[in-house]
Structures are given as C-alpha cells and as structure tokens.
Design a protein around this ligand. Structure first.
Ligand code: NAD
Length: 243
C-alpha cells in the first residue's frame, strides 16, 4: 500500500528533489510543509508554517493524513544565528516527533548530516555508522543536527512509529545554492590564489538525486520488523575527492 507523504522542507534543494521523485513514480498523496512556498504544483498540497511552532507542524501532519513524514528542514550550514539552529533543529524536530506520535504516523525519515561525527580537527578515515559522535561537536550546526537525529531515533517504536536517519555528505547537483554557486563566484572574483594546507585533504560528496533516492528507499523499507528502523545511513558517492 502506498503512503501519504509529507515532505518537511519540501521547497528546499533536497526536499524538492524528493517531491519530484515522488511525483515521477506516480505517488498520489504528496504534501509539503515549508516556511516559504517556492513551488506551486497542482498535484502537491502545500502547508506554509514554521516547524518550531507545534501547532503549525501538527496542523500539516494531521490535515495531510501523513503516513510517511520526511523531515529535511534546517537552517543553512553557517547561515543562521546559533539560537535558530537550536530552535529549528532541536525544538522543531521534537515538535515533528511529538506530532508524528500523537497522530499515529507510521514512518519518519530524518535528514541528518555525515558531518555529525566530525570534530573539525581529527581526520575521519574509513568512518562508518558505528563511529561515535565526537565529545566536542565541531559547531552548533553539527551539534543540533546530532541532537535532532537522536530525538528521531529514540522515538523509533513509540506508538508504532518507525524512524531512521540519512546522513548525506556535501550535496551537489541541479538547484544547489550552497556549494557550486559560491565556488563560481570565488573563481570569477579571482580569489583562488591562496591555499591552506598541502591540498591532500579528502572530502566525501553526494549527488542530490542519490540523496533523494536514499530518502525514498528508507521510507519504503520502514515496516514492522525491518532492520532499517532505528538506524542511520551515511550516503556518499563513493571515493572521497580532494577538498
Ligand atoms: P535548503 O535550505 O535548500 O532546504 C531546507 C528547507 O527547509 C528550505 O526550503 C527552508 O525554507 C526550510 N525551512 C528552514 N527552516 C524552516 C522552519 N523553521 N520551518 C519550516 N521550514 C523550514 O537546504 P538543503 O541543502 O536542501 O538541506 C536539506 C537537509 O539536508 C538539511 O537538513 C541539511 O542539514 C541536510 N544536509 C545538507 C547538506 C548540503 O550539502 N546541502 C549536507 C548534509 C546534510
């Protein structure tokens, strides 16, 4: 049986890819919750609201009759005051979890980040899902993403809710505004003539379509007794490349 999907942050980069992938595979019940509406499709129901306000998100989860909630919303890395990261990634994610439990939602997939296990100092080599969170988080973005992830995973099994988290690395692809456009601006402004380090650092990246597909697979595989429930999955494109 197919699900009623609610994509939180569904008008953002990753969220929109997820919505379009759901549309492409012929899903009939797709809703989006976002603080801004950027797309106006007739096949998708849009709810505009702030996820840090319980009533806003609860209204969307209830009215959309969601059976699968995919939560991609977060302030941009490095692009918001500390308080906003706490408000959206922790308080907001708690609102999502509480509302899913209260409304008997079956599945919750959370977009975390591969960087939640990085402390910003010690290189991670061959890290995987068993690598623990660092004692001192790299920054407020990663600290709050990790706390949000934990809230989602701890809710697994409560009132029938099954949860898991996807940890993408740096995401690239059509509609990206965070990585490639600023890199092009740096090139255009001739600001590439300095180098920090010996240029041997490696970094994982993930193509956005793979990230979107991972979310759909995760949702599809969340069922009673599934080994996916309560787990995190790092999603990369394979071999790391120089950063
Ligand atoms: P994005 O900014 O394009 O999308 C996020 C969406 O969330 C936006 O549409 C925004 O309007 C919405 N949003 C923000 N605050 C909200 C609030 N309070 N209430 C409702 N909606 C709100 O970002 P993205 O690049 O698509 O990132 C999606 C997810 O992937 C995020 O959780 C991010 O932490 C994670 N992630 C991103 C990257 C990357 O390289 N872009 C890497 C790893 C993890």
């Amino acid at each position: 049986m197919s699900d009623n999907y609610l994509v939180i942050g569904g008008d953002g980069f990753v969220g929109r890819w997820i919505v379009e992938m759901l549309l492409k595979r012929g899903e009939k019940n797709i809703s989006v919750f976002d603080i801004v509406q950027r797309y106006f499709d007739k096949e998708v129901t849009h709810y505009v609201g702030d996820l840090s306000n319980y009533n806003d998100i609860d209204n969307a989860i209830r009215k959309s009759n969601a059976t699968s909630v995919i939560h991609t919303a977060s302030p941009h890395y490095g692009g918001a005051p500390n308080e906003l990261f706490w408000k959206v990634n922790v308080d907001g994610t708690k609102n999502v979890v509480d509302s899913c439990i209260a409304n008997g939602v079956k599945k919750l997939v959370y977009t975390s980040s591969a960087s939640v296990i990085y402390d910003g100092v010690n290189p991670l080599v061959n890290a995987d899902e068993t690598t623990p969170f660092p004692e001192i988080p790299m920054d407020v973005y990663n600290e709050t993403k990790a706390k949000g992830e934990r809230l989602v995973l701890e809710a697994n099994g409560t009132n029938g809710l099954l949860t898991c988290a996807i940890r993408p690395s740096g995401i690239f692809g059509p509609n990206d505004k965070q990585f490639i456009p600023p890199a092009i601006r740096v090139m255009e402004q001739g600001q590439t003539k300095f180098q920090i380090g010996d240029n041997s650092n490696l970094m994982d990246w993930t193509y956005v379509e793979n990230v979107a597909y991972a979310h759909l697979l995760a949702s599809d595989k969340l069922f009673d007794g599934s080994p996916v429930a309560g787990e995190v999955f790092i999603i990369t494109n394979g071999t790391p490349i120089p950063f």
